[in-house]
Design a binder for this molecule. Structure first.
Ligand code: FAD
Length: 727
């Protein structure tokens, strides 16, 4: 198992009544008003709120979330400031997260909290309502009507720093005292923090330990002691040393129109440029994108960008949103439990947790039929003791997943008796994908223009912008950023501008059916069941079930043979009588008691989506500079622990970041049969990459979703180079 388990925190009141960690034997904060302390040490120490005035977005990176006092104080200061940045990102690493009820109880211990104003209480309630399960993931909490993004990394700071992609404007160094928790303050951590800082990053901490100050200086910060907070006389503030500021660059996607990389030149030929922008417009980029394709992928990208302040124009061949694979009457979303917890399992868990939060919100608003009430995933291979052992080893909390024996599984899901053992996945469920797309579009208002019945035949880069052209070569739309979300048609549109034609991706035809409850042996389940097929009870009592999978089959027409395949699976679950269903399938379909729909999935061979900028060939057709001698130490850049970059070879992720890209051209898709699971987090990742905001996906996993991965693999294979894979 690559992922260390998350051990939840616990607290007990100390002698002065202040909550103290039972694990570290240290107080979470001094006596008094903890949010006032956070304001004085962390906000004032970082020049806040002044430093964020008028910024589009501002990012804080914190070590040690603890009771969330610093976050709540920052949120309050942001809310009260008329000059506040439009968006606040707050990334915090916590090894021992408290449960929501323990947090709430801890907040009640400070006298000042009891008198907190209604807005302060509302902020706390919002944080508690969004509080995640304690899985070892980067949890994305969207607060303050989408204007605050709290990324909570649960686990050890030394494991997390190399896995984050953040450009922090301010560092909050909290956590228990160095003598109680030395690992939080060592060289590797400080160097990792320096790596994740923007060029003009500042820091603040209550800690004045000489060793900590020396370590910070060593890591490239200019450190100062300033008057502190009673009972401490001093505290420490700092900023990146002016000499080191030059070397630090603000990172951005080529062509995103955001902060152009230093030294990048304007380009008129995007296909051959690297790390340059067609419109290097600096911080005030146009922030307008054109999106081709109005399914889950395109809509997820659109809403994520609109929420970040962009405008989008969507071109869709069909008259309406979600007319392709995303048009099924309903679909399920869920994670899975893999013995090795590798990138696939980590992606699917993180994506499911994000999807569950997003869909729960849309369902609660009454806009989307569905339920985030859990899903039963049947286990066909591992026996129950092995399932228990796997959970034990992975340390996944019961609030996220439990292993259930057959009878328990049937009772929990409301399925027929006789079900096999399964995983009870709590943050999972079903929704109507087209309703999700429509709800997002409605939320976006005028910022998202939808143009249906508009088929894009070709893309071209002209006059400093990407153009979408129709079959006659007439421009349909132009934008500095072009996002292709056209499922399998994506390849046709990107082939001229990237290596898309060689991507190991293809189509998989699928058919679902939904059947009248009168034909069922027992009512549909109260929670969806997924195994070899799946079954979901629709609001009107009909049962949706499926789906077939035929790679490379382009037939768009529904087939009776496929109904029989799906009904046989439904019979195996116990919802219909097998022989009757086989005999009656055609009749049911002819009389409308069985309806069906065919769709085409777009799947990548490695079963991971495509999210990010496309790779561009160089003039010589290569994708990488010729392999060089193995790199020497590369301070804190990638791989290994925060302190020790691997030696002997260049990590693959680093090479991937040096890959030439076609500026301004992006892809989202390749969701296979997991579009509902993937879409919300994939959209958020794409928008974060375009905006230069913290990536909501841990970098080793995001690198595995990078569309440049195939170009890199091909180039490395042809050069005979082996690199450590830091995923
Ligand atoms: C039978 C079946 C059952 C499924 N069940 C589930 C499930 O239960 N849960 C789940 O998560 N997933 C499920 N999936 C998968 C899910 O539907 C897909 O992963 C998801 O819909 C893909 O979304 P997308 O936006 O990438 O593609 P699509 O929804 O296909 O959208 C692509 C859009 O691009 C448009 N387009 C293409 N070319 C052009 C062009 N040149 N110009 C303009 N527009 C263009 C198309 O018209 C289309 O609307 C199922 C799929 C099938 C087929």
């Amino acid at each position: 198992v690559k992922t260390p388990r998350v051990e939840p925190g616990a607290w007990a009141p100390g002698a002065d009544g202040v909550p103290a960690s039972t694990l570290y034997g240290d107080r979470y904060h001094p006596a008094g008003d903890p949010e006032a302390q956070a304001r004085q040490v962390f906000l004032a120490g970082n020049g806040l709120p002044g430093r964020w005035a008028g910024q589009r977005h501002f990012t804080v990176l914190e070590t040690g979330f603890g009771l969330g006092r610093n976050f709540l104080a920052t949120w309050a200061a942001w809310a009260a400031d008329p000059q506040r940045p439009a968006r606040l990102g707050f990334v915090s690493i916590e090894r021992h997260p408290l449960a929501a009820d323990a947090l709430a109880r801890a907040w009640q211990t400070a006298p000042a909290d009891a008198s907190a104003d209604a807005q302060g209480q509302a902020r706390r309630a919002e944080l508690l309502a969004a509080w995640p399960v304690a899985t070892p993931d980067l949890h994305r909490l969207v607060l303050a009507e989408g204007r605050i993004e709290l990324l909570l990394a649960f686990g050890d700071v030394r494991d997390w720093l190399p896995r984050l992609q953040v450009q922090a404007d301010a560092l909050f160094l909290d956590g228990f005292a160095p003598d109680r928790n030395p690992a939080m303050w060592d060289r590797g951590v400080m160097r990792g923090l320096a790596r994740l800082g923007a060029p003009d990053v500042t820091l603040a901490t209550w800690c004045t330990a000489r060793a900590v100050r020396e370590t910070l200086t060593w890591a490239g910060f200019e450190i100062q002691r300033v008057p502190g907070l009673f009972p401490k006389r001093q505290m420490t503030v700092g900023r990146r040393h002016p000499a080191a500021r030059e070397a630090a660059t603000r990172w951005t996607e080529p062509g995103s129109g955001q902060d152009a990389e230093p030294g990048s030149a304007p380009s008129t030929s995007p296909a051959t440029s690297r790390a340059t922008s067609p419109q290097p417009t600096g911080h005030a980029g146009p922030r307008h994108a054109c999106i081709v394709g109005g399914g889950l992928a395109g809509c997820a990208a659109a809403i994520a960008l609109v929420r970040a302040g962009w405008t989008v124009e969507m071109l869709e061949a069909a008259p309406t949103l979600a007319a392709g694979a995303s048009g099924n009457p309903a679909g399920i979303f869920h994670g899975s439990v893999h013995p090795d917890d590798g990138p696939h399992a980590r992606w699917s868990r993180a994506a499911t947790l994000a999807a569950a939060r997003e869909y729960a919100r849309l369902i609660a608003q009454g806009q989307v039929p569905g339920a985030v009430d859990g899903l039963l995933r049947l286990e066909h291979e591992a026996p129950l003791p092995t399932m228990h052992e796997r959970l034990q080893r992975l340390g996944l909390p019961a609030a996220h997943v439990r292993a259930l024996a057959g009878p328990e599984a049937a009772a929990w899901s409301g399925g027929p008796p006789g079900l096999s053992a399964g995983w009870a996945l709590s943050q999972a469920g079903w929704v109507v994908p087209a309703a999700v797309c429509r709800a997002w579009h409605a939320e976006a208002g005028g910022a998202w223009t939808f143009r249906g019945s508009t088929r894009v035949a070709r893309l071209a880069f002209e006059a400093g912008a990407w153009q979408a052209l129709d079959a006659a070569g007439h421009p349909l739309a132009a934008a500095p950023v072009m996002i292709v979300a056209a499922a399998a048609r994506t390849v046709d549109l990107l082939a001229a501008h990237s290596d898309a034609a060689t991507w190991p991706a293809g189509t998989v035809r699928g058919q679902v059916g939904w059947i009248h409850p009168a034909e069922l042996l027992s009512p549909g389940p109260v929670r969806p069941i997924a195994g070899h097929g799946y079954a979901v009870t629709l609001p009107d009592g009909r049962l949706l079930f499926g789906a077939t999978a035929q790679p490379g089959d382009p037939d768009p027409a529904a087939r009776n043979a496929d109904d029989r395949v799906n009904l046989a699976r439904l019979a195996a679950l116990g919802f219909v009588d097998g022989p009757t269903a086989d005999r009656e399938a055609e009749h049911w379909a002819a009389t409308g008691r069985l309806q069906r729909r065919v769709g085409e999935r777009w799947s990548v061979v490695d079963r991971l989506p495509l999210v990010g900028p496309v790779a561009a060939p160089r003039a010589d057709g290569r994708f990488l500079p010729a392999p060089t001698a193995p790199s020497a130490r590369s301070p804190g850049r990638a791989g290994g622990s925060a302190g020790d970059a691997p030696t002997g070879a260049i990590p693959k992720a680093r090479l991937q970041r040096t890959l030439p890209r076609t500026p301004g051209l992006f892809v989202i898709g390749g969701f296979g049969s997991r579009g509902l699971t993937a879409a919300p987090l994939a959209g958020a990742l794409l928008a974060a990459r375009l905006d230069g905001r913290p990536w909501p996906v841990e970098r080793p996993v995001a690198d595995r979703l990078d569309p440049g991965r195939f170009a890199l693999a091909r180039q490395l294979a042809s050069a005979g180079v082996r690199t450590p894979d830091d995923a």
